[in-house]
Design a protein around this ligand. Sequence first.
Ligand code: PLP
Length: 469
Amino acid sequence: MDPDFRAHAHEIVDWIADYLEEIERFPVASQVHPGDILNRLPGAPPDHGEPFDAILKDFESIIVPGMTHWQHPSFFAYFPANSSPPSLYAEMLTAALGAQCMSWVTSPSAAELEERMMQWLRDMWGLPREWDGVIQDTASTATLCSILTAREVRSKNAINRRGFSSKDRFTVYCSAEAHSSIEKAVRIAGIGRENLRKIGVDDNFAMRPELLEEAIRRDADAGYTPLCVVDALGTTGSTAVDPLERIGAIARRHGLWLHVDAAFAGTALVLPEYRHLLNGIDCADTMVINPHKWMFTNFDCSAYFVKDPDALVGTFEILPEYLKTHERSEVNNYRDWGIQLGRRFRALKLWFVIRTYGVEGIRAKVREHIRIASELAENIRNEKDFDILAPVWCNVICFRYHPAGVSEGEQLNALNMSLMERLNASGKLYISHTKLDGKVALRLVLGQSNVEERHASAAWQMIVRTARE
Ligand code: PLP
């Protein structure tokens, strides 16, 4: 072992502890300009090794200022990529083990812990007991796996074998509010962007099932093969929930594969009071929820559930001689449950997180986020010059500033964009935006691991003050 390892590693742990303790002193969003960091990095690598102290010093002076601090409790933008001490401990151990966990034999603990963690998550979230699961890097990958599996099940593995023929005219359906990862998956799966039908939404930004059914019928009549529908359990823009029960019934009636994208909001299923969102789940084939968004587990960690693991493995399994092992029939070789061969040991951080907090501890944190969001939403509603633009059922608030005399349209949108830029430039908080029904909406997500009521109310006071200025 490197004789300096222990001292350097301790120094790093101290750095991490100081960073996390003092994180509120950093500007939430990085304040650098394009090229600022690049210009401070030498164009060529060093010919000879450099000392640890010099590297750490440059990390602090060059890299840290160019970081947006996702673990800052006033990070309200996008969806969080939250973390926690137990998750960090496990990430450190994972790095130390440095294992590449492609097959059971390359680290039996990794494979078997992953199997068990996916069962724990399945039960914590109230998903069907007969489902299996696998950890993917991201929801985008999980959705791609789902659409590829749908394609192979429908074509009886013909596309994997011979590629597309002119007869394979598949169509895929999602709401107009669904995440861009679905369109990306459709493109990568060779189905073609033009064959993705973005179905209209209702006043709550949820898919309208009657429009879905109409579109499926129209496509079938026109000679297409309707393949798959993606139901959003919490859209990115506003956490709209597509009506799973009705969409599931339509999918079943027309023989479509059903994937549920619950990447962010799915974590709310840990609360029994949200289990009604799963009505209709029996019609689903696959589902994705990201513990790396809202379940205190470092990026990346995406839980992908499947009703039929054989269909998944049938799509991805490939067995060259050098990967053959004896135990194949007794164990899960997760390299066959997704796209890449090499796999990180991601189950360890889930194990640390779930054991440290327990299911009740996770519930308490998630409930608290939802409570803070609902109080903040109430405050926003009480101000005459602010609008709430979408239902607030979990911890995401879409709102805008709408002073008297500014009419609907470009001027109001531009006002809100400039308000957001002013707020973010302050470094005191970080929010993002979306467009709902053509209206610019500012998004506040109360999901950062350490967010407290005081952060939400400081943010709100600053938003009101800056807007009225
Ligand atoms: N689905 C939804 C609803 C999302 O909000 C996101 C990202 O925010 C994704 C999928 C993609 O997530 P990932 O970054 O894990 O691919």
